[in-house]
Each structure stands twice: as C-alpha cells, then as structure tokens.
Design a protein around this ligand. Structure first.
Ligand code: ATP
Ligand code: MG
Length: 226
C-alpha cells in the first residue's frame, strides 16, 4: 500500500454476476475491507457477463435491473459499501479491463483500486480479455474459496503472471515491472455460491442465512429462479 502525506482513498472493487448477491460476497467484502483498511468497497454487477449468456446450470442470467436492485438492498448493512452501474452504461460486454480503464481516470490520482477476486475466478483469469494489462493498472486481492486448494492459486500466479515473486516482508506478490501487487488473503472459506442459491430456490427450499433478508424477500416478490 502506498502511503503519501495525504492518504490515498483505497477502494476495493468486487465485480461479479451477483445472480443473486449473497452473504459470501458480503463476508468477503467485510474481511477485505478490514484486513487492508480500505475506505470503501464497490460492488460492480456485470451487465452482460462476457463468459456466459446463461449460467452453467442452464438457468438464464437474471436482468441487470433485478441483480442491481438486490445488491442495493444487500449493501444497506454497511455504509462503506457502494453499488455501481458502470457496466450497464455501455453496450459492449462487461470486460473488467474496460471497466477499470474507465474508472481509473474518474477516481483520480488520490485513490487506489484493489480488484477483489475469488480464487475460483482468479485461476481462470487467463481467459479474460487483455488480462496481461491488468497488473500495470491495479492490485489484486485474491480470496480463498471452498473446493480450491491454496496451492492452485500460487500455481496460477506463477503460470499466468510471470515475473512476480512472493515478498515475505510485505506478504504479497510483487514484480519489478508492474505497479500492481497480488495479495493472497487467507480467510475462513465461506461455502455460499449464487449457483447453490438458484438451485435451492428452484427446488422450493429456503435460502435464509445464505442471502440477506431483504434479498430473500426480493427473490420471493419477483419470483426469481423458479
Ligand atoms: P455463481 O455460482 O453464479 O458463479 P458466485 O457465488 O460465484 O456465483 P459471482 O457473482 O460469480 O458469485 O462472484 C463474484 C466474485 O465474488 C468472484 O470473484 C467470486 O469468486 C467471488 N465470490 C463469490 N462468492 C464467494 C465466496 N463464498 N467466497 C469467496 N469469494 C467469493
Ligand atoms: Mg462465480
């Protein structure tokens, strides 16, 4: 973390489909914010997820308006959480590289972005558009996820972003060539996924405790995932 006389605003960015947003997303955001002392976390729902028009389970992706509305309701618990509709403002697919390039000049020199990413998404980051440019723009915070061994993260780190080395003093991965660092944040894995929630709702099961109460009510009211 760069410290200057005037402390930079430190912003965590959590992108995702959020179909629906769940308590795992909130737990991860809380943990990262406290562990790194970030000022705020921006939830950035993807308007048109580039990798999929439907989920792997065959269900269609819910409209942006519903997914956005659920995030809005979920984040009221924490005034440091913000939702952004930046990805709905362009007609092209939601590639993270484009979002970051639009956001950086908007937030200005006095802010730093940390891209928060679950380990499952990180190990596939080499499928993202122009992924090699990302470390020259931002730092990453990688969060463990159930079912994915920590060694897999380090393996992906070495294979995908060559030139990075682990610095035990700062406890992060740095490179002499890139501005951004990679922080592997250890957190008690939270076994919640949107896939599981969609499946449970479809089967008529309750999702209490997996999503905030307001999101549970929203899903029922709008008959989502049935
Ligand atoms: P789906 O099952 O539909 O893929 P998801 O639960 O993975 O949904 P996403 O919206 O795809 O949720 O996730 C957005 C980001 O949050 C990704 O980087 C993902 O890895 C991370 N994430 C989601 N749930 C968790 C969790 N329980 N623990 C750690 N990271 C998570
Ligand atoms: Mg996912």
């Amino acid at each position: 973390m760069v410290q200057t006389a005037e402390k930079k605003q430190q912003i965590g960015l959590l992108g995702g489909t959020f179909d629906p947003v769940h308590n795992g997303h909130l737990a991860v955001s809380n943990h990262v914010r406290h562990a790194l002392g970030l000022d705020s976390i921006w939830f950035v729902p993807a308007a048109l997820p580039p990798h999929k028009a439907e989920h792997g389970d065959g269900q269609n992706i819910t409209s942006f308006a519903h997914r956005f509305a659920m995030v809005e309701r979920a984040i009221t618990v924490n005034s440091s959480f913000v939702v952004s509709d930046i990805e709905a403002k362009r007609s092209s697919p939601s590639y993270s590289i484009d979002t970051i390039k639009i956001l950086l000049p908007l937030i200005g020199e006095n802010a730093e972005l940390y891209f928060i990413i679950g380990a499952d998404a990180f190990v596939e980051i080499d499928t993202w558009k122009r992924f090699k440019e990302l470390p020259s723009l931002i730092s990453f915070v990688i969060i463990s996820r159930p079912g994915l061994r920590p060694e897999k993260i380090e393996e992906a780190m070495r294979n995908i972003f060559t030139g990075y080395e682990y610095d035990p003093v700062q406890d992060l991965w740095i490179s002499p060539y890139y501005k951004g660092s990679f922080i592997l944040l250890h957190m008690e894995p939270v076994a919640i996924s949107s896939t599981e929630i969609r499946k449970r709702v479809k089967m008529g099961e309750e999702v209490t405790g997996l999503v905030p109460a307001a999101v549970e009510a929203y899903i029922k009211k709008h008959k989502l995932y049935i």
